[in-house]
Design a protein around this ligand. Structure first.
Ligand SMILES: C[S@@+](CC[C@H](N)C(=O)[O-])C[C@H]1O[C@@H](n2cnc3c(N)ncnc32)[C@H](O)[C@@H]1O
Length: 355
């Protein structure tokens, strides 16, 4: 059996590196993500510890299905109750690609029928999802072991405007060479995603420590214990924003994540930004981008000021700017190298760096 780590489009390599570092055997990049060897225990481990995966699927069965009657018959041979509990309802999602069976809904109905016949209840609103993917007449059955997507760590109650996903923040920190020892400054931190993610990495806190997962509803599931974390001694993770509400929210988010002692959030406009004491570290930020026509002119001014402040006061620091607009990245006047793009809920964003 294999565990399929769903990647955020553009972060497949980052996910492969992370999975290998976490000890997964034979991590291989495949379309849509990374495949690793394993079963429920590995899927649970991946959910609790991977920082940049979007979701974790456990592939439990595979068979050919040329037409709906065959799908129905073969789905009934799948040993559903090896994994699904008769007291926990599930829901079925199906997709058909380049196959003789082309009707997603009809395919889902057949699989649901087989599951019901095995004694497992099926309900539209169930938390546990069984995924059937029919590709080239080959039907792969996976169990979604995650539930709510993995960027939802369970700490960010305040979200602010255009928050960055935790998964992407973690991958970009890694791309900037962050290993937990450097200071991290986000001059436009919004809800605090980047400094909070950095503090968690430095403290060795498992990203899934505070939330529940779909795998906990499967047969034989045990939620593994999480090792206690290391403790950073000095606050080296800084977030600034000109918006008072954002700073209040970021502080609350940091408290919920148990990293408030190592983070500092202050209301401050970009023009007042100064490097904190100590050795140079990493500036990583995602300034406002996109927005309505007409805003772009103002944004050019903002990126220009950001660039000037960073060039003058942060000359020895690594710089990472996350934006969907290459013209705005250039408006910083900094010599930045793009990498990506990465899909952020449909918008293509790029990390521009000076290393
Ligand atoms: C795209 S949001 C950042 C989102 C953040 N990464 C998160 O995950 O929540 C951009 C932020 O820049 C802030 N901002 C805009 N102009 C600013 C300025 N001149 N100085 C400081 N912050 C500014 C906004 O208040 C907003 O919170």
């Amino acid at each position: 059996m294999t565990v399929f780590l769903v990647a955020i489009p553009g972060l497949e390599n980052a996910l492969e590196r992370e999975a290998t570092a976490l000890g997964f055997a034979d991590a291989a990049i495949v379309p849509g993500g990374v495949e690793v060897a394993g079963d429920l225990a590995e899927a649970a481990h991946a959910n609790l510890h991977l920082r940049c995966a979007a979701r974790v699927l456990w592939r439990v069965a595979e068979f050919r299905a040329m037409h709906l009657a065959q799908l129905d018959k073969r789905a009934r041979k799948v040993p559903w109750t090896n994994w699904l509990r008769t007291d926990v309802p599930v829901r079925v999602e199906a997709v058909c690609r380049k196959s003789r069976i082309y009707h997603d809904k009809a395919a889902a109905q057949r699989v649901a029928g087989a599951i019901i016949a095995a004694g497992v209840p099926v309900a539209e609103t169930a938390e546990v999802v069984v995924k059937a993917r029919i590709d080239d007449d080959l039907c792969t059955i996976s169990l979604d072991t995650t539930g709510e997507a993995l960027h939802r760590r369970g700490h960010k109650e305040f979200v602010g405007k255009a928050p960055l996903r935790e998964t992407i923040a973690a991958a970009f920190l890694d791309q900037m060479g962050f290993d937990g020892s450097q200071a991290v400054v986000d001059p436009m931190c919004g809800s605090g995603t980047i400094p909070i993610e950095a503090a968690e990495i430095a403290a060795g806190l498992a990203p899934g420590r505070s939330r529940r997962f779909a795998f906990e509803h499967l047969v034989g599931a045990v939620r593994p214990d999480i090792e206690p974390s290391a403790t950073p001694l000095t606050p080296r993770f800084f977030g600034f924003d000109r918006n008072d509400g954002a700073i209040r929210g970021a502080r609350e988010n940091a408290s919920r994540a148990d990293v408030a002692d190592w983070c500092r959030f202050e209301r401050q406009a970009i023009s007042d930004l100064e490097p904190p004491h100590g050795p140079p570290g990493i500036v990583l930020t995602n300034p406002p981008y996109g927005g309505r026509i007409g805003d772009r002119k103002l944004l050019f001014g903002l990126y220009g000021s950001l660039g000037r402040v960073l060039a003058e006061r942060f000359s020895d620091w690594r710089i990472g700017i996350v934006t969907s607009d290459g013209g705005l990245a250039k408006a910083t006047g900094l010599e930045l190298t793009p990498s990506g793009p990465v899909s952020h809920g449909g918008t293509k964003i790029t990390l521009w760096t000076r290393m």
